[in-house]
Design a protein around this ligand. Structure first.
Ligand SMILES: [Zn+2]
Length: 719
């Protein structure tokens, strides 16, 4: 049984200190820092400073692991060896100074003389109201023979502080890892690509005393970094870690400054609340945050209801697209692949000439209200770019390709092969170079202006990690930093400036850094179990999301469509023949048409906390067939909620993907959704049926709802 919780803060602090030392008297070399309910203890020993406690005063919960992780680890390179040094050992001098509203820690005089004069400062400002510490970090090593290569900061090793503790990782839309402390697993991803879309992680307890720790890198430029969550099941420890390649990592004396601030915050709530912390910070600081609402995105694009994905073949396609469009009865857009004569993932970027009749088909489809968006790649140049011949790569592209430390271009292979059977090897181009910026611009504008495309899909920009190019002729900081993002910002901004009205740009996956530059993100990779829409909770209404890979059986496809509906995505991408599969098509048509009447929520609104039913709903499981078997389990009824605050309306979305009727008790409380009204008009929208008559509801109500099999419904509240 836990001890009673003292009410006075001083008593809580005393109780915390008793957990650290039996008599409540901490050793003289320990210092404490209390920030709201977040209490931290540091030990300042001769050779380093360590963290000893990370404590939630209100929930009386120690979160720090028995063996804490160092506050930072810096790896320097002296020309021969990597020389790591951490915060807790190896220093000749340390300082810890507390002042009103903050704390400063300093390390200097490393014992290893090869490190030269390395100084490290951490400074935290305290926000007691939010139980939050915001850290800056600076390291200087001027006149040093070493260069700073990598910096691990921030990091925290956490114990299993609750039986229902989970870890949130920003993979795709966000994912939860349950049993994280008891299983051997790891999350280890470069930030700025499909599997690491945002810069925050969290560990929290699910259930009544929800809460835990939010650990964010609040970096307004989105610099290159790696995010990790590492488990040690033997000690039941999970370590959350940010590992940052230093800018100018080849230059001795380069030093390091953490871009932005590292945020440690007590989390009250769950993934949705963690997303709100990050969202509030982004809205004020992130360089990729766009102007709301996104009126720079054409109205037709905001209203696309369904996406097709088609390989272009002269003389085919049009009738099937027309049938699909007539069946769905909404604005349809086609994502065109293989419209070019070169093979896929081969001979890039020589996309022209197009296959015959492509421009005519685009024009014809306009008559049927169908928009066209051809594929190009925004990152790759084939190293043998005319069949098996090196046509322009070495002569023209090589100077603008990214280079590794040996001066060789970074290359990638995607399984495509040349006519002679050898693999196609594609070089990653450096986005800061005039040559590559101009080439992508030229191709995009030719598709728009000469071919008549309504938009262009520029593959991989928000899907693939920044490459740590060290080519000095490019003029960007070598290695780490935020020059990669800035290169793409310049490139896409220049294209946007030249776009005629009514056209748009999209890219692959959902790395956050390019939201301002694009109108839509292809979120085809949102395919995993235990996903949560944290990305949408941060960015819903600021970037359109569209397109999942529709593999799997009928149930799997209904689950994907329902999840797209509640996540606020434009639904697709399909082959037109999907309408001939009745056990999929009927449901698709329902969610697509229902969503269509609500589409403004997803281009001008915000995501709210999803509604919850009382008790456990029946669940469904299907193999989503994502790169092999991929079993995904969800509730039979998926739920979401969106708001347009300025228009005083919100909507709750429900979709029953199962074959059975589901009855569930809904408790609505406006406070769960951070909205304010005493009474509202509730209108229930059904697909292809007349709305139920509106009724008045209060700020809180309970209702048992019956969801028919394979159908969707939306409850709209206006006030
Ligand atoms: Zn470069």
């Amino acid at each position: 049984m836990s001890q009673p919780k003292p009410r006075r803060k001083s008593d809580r602090i005393a109780q915390w200190q008793h957990t650290l030392a039996p008599d409540g008297l901490l050793p003289p070399d320990w210092s404490t820092c209390v920030c709201g309910d977040l209490a931290i203890a540091f030990e300042q020993a001769d050779a380093g400073i360590s963290i000893r406690s990370l404590y939630d005063l209100r929930l009386q919960r120690e979160m720090l692991a028995a063996t804490p992780a160092p506050l930072f680890v810096i790896t320097l390179f002296n020309g021969d060896d990597d020389l790591p040094i951490s915060a807790d050992a190896g220093w000749g001098q340390t300082e810890l100074r507390k002042a009103a509203g903050g704390i400063t820690l300093k390390w200097s005089e490393p014992l290893d003389e090869r490190l030269g004069r390395l100084n490290v400062w951490l400074h935290a400002t305290m926000d007691a109201q939010h139980h939050m510490l915001n850290w800056t970090m600076t390291a200087t090593n001027s006149l040093s023979p070493c260069s700073v290569r990598r910096v691990i900061f921030p990091q925290a090793a956490l114990r299993k502080f609750d039986g229902r503790a989970v870890v949130f990782i920003p993979s795709g839309p966000g994912e939860l890892k349950r049993n994280a402390w008891d299983e051997s697993w790891k999350y280890d991803q470069p930030y700025g690509q499909a599997w690491c879309s945002m810069q925050f992680m969290a560990a929290y307890a699910e259930g009544a005393e929800a809460g835990g720790l939010y650990l964010g890198a609040h970096d307004p430029f989105g610099s290159a970094k790696e995010l990790r969550a590492l488990s040690d099941p033997e000690t039941h420890t999970v370590t959350l870690q940010y590992d940052i390649p230093a800018p100018e990592l080849l230059r001795p004396g380069n030093g390091f400054r953490f871009s932005g601030e590292a945020c440690w915050q007590l989390l009250r709530g769950d993934w949705f609340d963690a997303a709100q912390i990050y969202r509030r910070w982004c809205a004020q600081n992130a360089r990729w945050w766009p102007v709301r609402p996104r009126e720079d995105t054409p109205m037709w694009m905001r209203e696309v209801g369904a996406w097709l994905q088609i390989n272009y073949e002269p003389g085919e396609n049009v009738q099937a697209i027309r049938r699909f469009r007539e069946y769905m009865g909404v604005t349809v857009a086609v994502h065109w692949y293989n419209w070019h004569q070169i093979p896929f993932d081969n001979d890039y970027p020589h996309y022209f000439p197009e296959k015959t009749g492509f421009a005519d088909v685009i024009r014809e489809l306009h008559q049927w209200g169908v928009a066209s968006m051809p594929y190009i790649n925004g990152r790759l140049w084939d190293t043998r770019d005319r069949g098996a011949e090196d046509f322009e790569f070495t002569r023209l592209a090589l100077p603008a390709a990214t280079k590794d430390m040996d001066g060789k271009p970074f290359v990638e292979r995607y399984g495509s092969i040349e006519a002679d059977g050898s693999p196609v090897t594609l070089a990653v181009m450096c986005p800061t170079t005039e040559l590559w910026q101009e080439r992508v611009r030229e191709i995009t504008l030719r598709l728009i202006n000469a071919i008549g495309a309504d938009g262009v899909y520029i593959d991989q920009v928000a899907a693939a990690k920044p490459v740590l190019c060290v080519d000095p002729s490019h003029g960007h900081p070598l290695g780490g930093g935020h020059w990669w993002n800035e290169g793409y910002w310049d490139m896409i901004d220049r294209i946007r400036q030249a776009l005629p009205p009514g056209r748009m740009l999209t890219t692959e996956c959902n790395a956050e850094g390019f939201i301002r530059q694009f109108d839509g993100y292809l979120t085809w990779h949102w395919q995993h179990d235990t996903m949560v829409p944290a990305f949408q909770a941060v960015y819903g209404g600021l970037i359109l999301t569209f397109g999942r890979s529709y593999s799997g059986d009928a149930l799997a496809q209904r689950m994907k469509a329902a999840q797209q509906y509640i996540f606020g995505e434009q639904i697709g991408w399909f082959a037109p023949a999907v309408i001939d599969q009745p056990d999929v098509a009927v449901f698709l048509r329902r969610v697509i048409r229902l969503r269509n009447g609500l589409s403004r929520y997803f281009s001008a609104g915000e995501m709210l906390r999803p509604p919850k039913f009382e008790g456990q709903l029946p669940q469904v499981t299907a193999d989503w067939k994502w790169y092999g078997e991929c079993r995904v389990t969800t509730d039979a009824v998926l739920t979401g909620a969106w708001v347009i605050r300025g228009e005083h309306r919100m909507v709750m979305l429900f979709a029953n993907v199962s074959d059975a009727e589901v009855r569930a008790l809904l408790h609505f409380d406006r406070r769960d959704h951070d909205i304010d009204f005493d009474n509202a008009q509730l209108t229930v929208h059904f697909p292809d049926e007349v709305d139920a008559p509106a009724e008045t509801v209060g700020a809180r109500f309970h209702r048992t709802v019956t969801f028919a099999p394979q159908t969707a419904v939306a409850w709209e509240l206006t006030w």
